[in-house]
Design a protein around this ligand. Sequence first.
Ligand SMILES: *Cc1c(COP(=O)(O)O)cnc(C)c1O
Length: 244
Amino acid sequence: MTTSIAARLSAVRQRLAAAERAAGRPEGSVQLLAVSKTQPATAILAAYRHGQRDFGESYLQEALAKQDRLGHCDIGWHFIGPLQSNKTRAVAARFAWVHSLDRLKIAERLNDQRPPGLPPLNVCIQVNVSGEPTKSGVAPEQTASLAARVAELPRLRLRGLMAIPAPAADPETRRTPFRVLKQLFHELAGYGLDTLSMGMSEDWEEAVLEGATWVRLGTAIFGARPPRPPSTPQGHGAGSDALE
Ligand SMILES: *Cc1c(COP(=O)(O)O)cnc(C)c1O
């Protein structure tokens, strides 16, 4: 198990370096976020021992338990899942990044709740580039107005944009939503953004070609995901992860 995570991580790093070259981008311009949701703390530790430092989590209770167990590690924790009001206090206190910001109310709560001793919370606005009604994310045409408001919040640092496009079989089709996100990113140049969080295990090479600066890889690094444990049921609303 441990060796296979190390082996997958090595293979991903080699492919990432090759993808950067193919895109004509400098080596190291794309950062690797290891998405460890539903994976045990031991899997995180295996990747950590192999040099991985940034990890992405989607489910708050599960993430907090792993953070407690791995408190001795120098890990950058990224929250990448749907964010409801009742989770913002813990996320503001325990994470360095939020990739999934999609409304002002949540931004204001994170801003108010970010502890004074910590640097501003890095945030990306999640954009619903594929226009799927069930997906979270702000509509492309509303991104600029949300960015304007978020940029005014002193305890947040607006870094860029994130998207989870609908899966597509054909590589050229996969590139289109990434191009849409990059175009939006350029339209927001005045905010000094430096982050395009796009690309998952099935489409990250296309995302690198279109300018991704973080790729978020779960199965490519850890293998197939175990199901969520029964203690953190897959609720639709806010209830199950309540902390307040
Ligand atoms: C689960 C998840 C990923 C990783 O998915 P893989 O296909 O396993 O690489 C990336 N981003 C987000 C927001 C996720 O929820």
